[in-house]
Design a protein around this ligand. Sequence first.
Ligand code: IFM
Length: 460
Amino acid sequence: MTDSESLAALSHRFPKNFLWGVASSAFQIEGAAATGGKGASIWDDFCRIPGAIADGSDGQIACDHYHRLDADLDLIAGLGVKAYRFSISWPRVQAMGSGPSLKSGIDFYNRLVDGLLLRGIEPYATLYHWDLPAELQRKHQGWADRSTAYRFAEYAALIAHALGDRVRSFATHNEPWVTATLGHELGIFAPGVKNRGIAMQVAHHCLLSHGLAAQAMRSARRSVDVGIVLNLSPVYAASASLADHRVAAREDGLLVRWYMDALLRGAYPRDVLEYLGADAPQISAGDEQLIAQSLDFLGVNYYHPIICSVARPFSHAREGVPVTDMGWEVAPASFTELLVRLDRDYDLPPLYITENGAAYRDVLVEGGVEDPERRAYIESHVSAVADAIGQGVDVRGYFLWSLLDNFEWASGYTKRFGIYYVDYATQARTLKRSGVWFKNLAAAFHRERTGAALAAELRP
Ligand code: IFM
């Protein structure tokens, strides 16, 4: 099969309205950290802690996307994709996390949304991708305090008013497990707290804030679609031992069922609450019903499976398997398995793959980046999504992570996930070979679909 035949064959495995897109997040690319009265976020504070970020970097400039908006939107349009997932920086819109919105912040997101629509690209907005206004953390304990959930709902309503006439799809949170567990239990992400009880309270408040925000947005604008984005993985025991299987069941409870059950069944899993004991969160009467607002969609971020043993309860790869530059196992079949399992176990709304992609050690040679491993990763995972669709899972879109190389949180700029290579010294962007492949896939898909639509029209 030639390359173009195999792209056509792959693209045929997706339904005709399937959406191809790329994704990013505010703190990771925008820079302009204090422009226009923008407030600091907890990541600005966290980056100042010695040793917190691998290369000692921060998000002050990042990809300077704020100042290069139009050129970056042209890059997205140049890929031929029809959707772009971005996040809104809460402290750019409300510097202190409450009160009236900043005109400069709303103007920026207006330009972003209008620029996308002008280029025929559908905006997919996320309200919270980890950059909490620092003020809410410094003065009010951030997500550990219930009041933050109510501040978040006010912010959500404000965004629905400002952008909801042009943006249909809003995800409330990106990966609340990361906010809670990496940010408050392991302390390796902002705000750097290390306390399991606080982490589980944060997990609950994030979910509560999702429910409150969904209500607030829908009353502000009836037309909006509201969903949430979870990082989900199949969780395997590292061996056949009963002890390892017990650890795997527990981790699955904390990573997958905690969030899925709360959102889609209206109750936290009782076995997880029992296991947590004194670390279980305080849940007020009615909270669980509030969290389980109907979802217009569920976003799934998948990168790798989780491997559990008594010795290593949460590992990102089995021994001796191919891994990405993050040390994450390359396991496309686990992606299919995850999607099929979700479909089997829950009454799901439409799914979107809101993130999937890989970091590899890219080098710019003579103006180009050859990244065959990333291309293989993307191809095998796109194919894994097609397998799940083939088994009846309702997946409506796939967003590649990420549009640009960017600030990879605690890894700083040492890990590159982009399909555009970013030279941080000059801010020049170069489409990597994997990006060319993704662009060709989108082109093949749209060509096949247009061809099929034309043929249908011409049929007597
Ligand atoms: O870069 C992150 C993103 O912000 C959230 N999901 C995982 C990506 C890769 O680590």
